[in-house]
Ligand binder design. Structure first.
Ligand code: SF4
Length: 383
């Protein structure tokens, strides 16, 4: 059963220098106006050919991008009403929308509230004007605070902030201030993503031209500062990059990390349905053309062998504080007993080097393990 729906909104005013996600810039007017109708059409075409989508009653929707707030109040309401006409939303408990503080108008916030959105995630990244300018964010520190105040006035209580750690120009002192400013805004959830230099981005070119970025030790330091400050304030690090007050964990992402199916709509969106891994091409023009001719947009589909599918879904759990239980995964997914034994053995070896530790029925990453999570997963995959 598919419990989670992701909708990608592929428009941005300009490209942030670090961003490797798919979005088109300066494509406003008609193109954005027509986008909710295309998403609804993609959903209808999916439903025609796939029983799992036809019977889908999502528990969570996550609208990300890109910049969903560029849809504006009218566009967002159109998207919401198209979804309500196309699927049963009676089981929906969480609808998250990513918001850019520069385009979070009162009108839009009210439209989202009326549509049933109950979780907002603000792309803050930094509170430092110079750093925001360096990475080409379009908002200012004042807009962050104003937009959060407006969201509260519009009735939103579940307010989340995204921060980027290790940005160039942020000393440890400034980073500690960023965390403090975040805490003072009293969000329910804070994501702390370590800066990643994505290939073919402006930031990658800046680094190649001599821009200094934090080395590995400095990165680990700032992540540790985040863990210390945020946990002191009652935020639980329930996933490597995510902290939440009790009961405010992102149900959408938790569902995916727990290995559940999800449907993704929009260019570049990914889906996981049964043993199929599907990814729409990151191409808005092709998306528009195909849907205007009533065919699903171009996409890559990979059919996974049952064991590979189960292994992939199982290992996500290592990212979570609740941990990874090989035997339970063996019962839940089609995994050979030999695979489960191999994982148990691998985990015991990783425990010897301090990367994982047993806790109750599950294995968890240690602090060191969180720093080298990709390595741990590779070791268990046997890659
Ligand atoms: S607003 Fe978000 S999606 Fe758009 S360029 Fe910036 S980081 Fe990327």
């Amino acid at each position: 059963m598919i419990n989670h729906l992701y909708i990608h909104v592929p428009f941005c005013r300009s490209k942030c220098h670090y961003c490797g996600f798919y979005s088109e810039t300066a494509l406003f007017g008609e193109r954005i106006h027509g986008y909710p109708g295309l998403v609804a059409r993609e959903l209808a075409l999916w439903a025609k050919q796939c029983a799992e989508v036809r019977n889908m009653r999502p528990r969570s929707i996550y609208t990300g991008g890109g910049t969903p707030s560029l849809l504006g109040a009218e566009g967002f309401s159109a998207l919401a009403s198209a979804l309500r006409k196309s699927m049963d939303l009676s089981r929906l408990t969480e609808w998250s929308v990513e918001l850019n503080p520069a385009s979070a108008s009162t009108e839009l916030l009210e439209a989202m509230r009326a549509a049933g959105v109950n979780r907002l995630t603000f792309g803050v990244q930094s509170f430092n004007q110079e750093v925001l300018r360096l990475i080409n964010r379009t908002h200012t520190p004042t807009q962050i605070i104003d937009s959060i105040q407006r969201a509260r006035k519009a009735g939103f209580q579940n307010i989340c902030l995204d921060l980027i750690a290790s940005l160039p120009g942020l000393s440890q002192e400034l980073w500690a201030q960023e965390l403090q400013q975040s805490i003072e805004l009293a969000p329910t959830h804070i994501s702390v993503y370590n800066l990643s230099i994505e290939p073919a981005t402006r930031l990658a070119a800046m680094v190649a031209n001599g821009l200094r970025t934090a080395d590995e030790n400095q990165q680990m330091e700032v992540l540790s500062i985040a863990e210390e400050r945020l946990t002191q304030q009652g935020y639980n690090r329930y996933e490597i990059s995510n902290y939440a007050l009790s009961g405010c964990e992102c149900q959408h992402n938790l569902g995916i990390w727990r290995g559940n199916d999800y449907l993704g709509l929009g260019p570049s969106a990914a889906s996981r349905i049964g043993n199929r891994r599907i990814e729409n091409h990151p191409d808005l023009e092709a998306y528009e053309q195909h849907l205007s001719h009533l065919s699903l947009p171009p996409r890559d589909t990979e059919i996974l062998a049952a064991e590979d599918d189960g292994a992939e879904r199982s290992l996500f759990a290592l990212r979570l504080q609740e941990g990874f239980n090989p035997a339970e995964c063996g019962r839940r997914f089609a995994l050979a007993a030999a695979k489960v034994d191999q994982w148990e053995l691998g985990l015991r070896k990783l425990a010897c080097c301090g990367a994982v530790e047993p806790g109750g029925k599950a294995w968890r990453l240690t602090r060191r393990g969180r720093e080298i999570c990709d390595y741990v997963i590779r070791e268990l995959c046997g890659d």
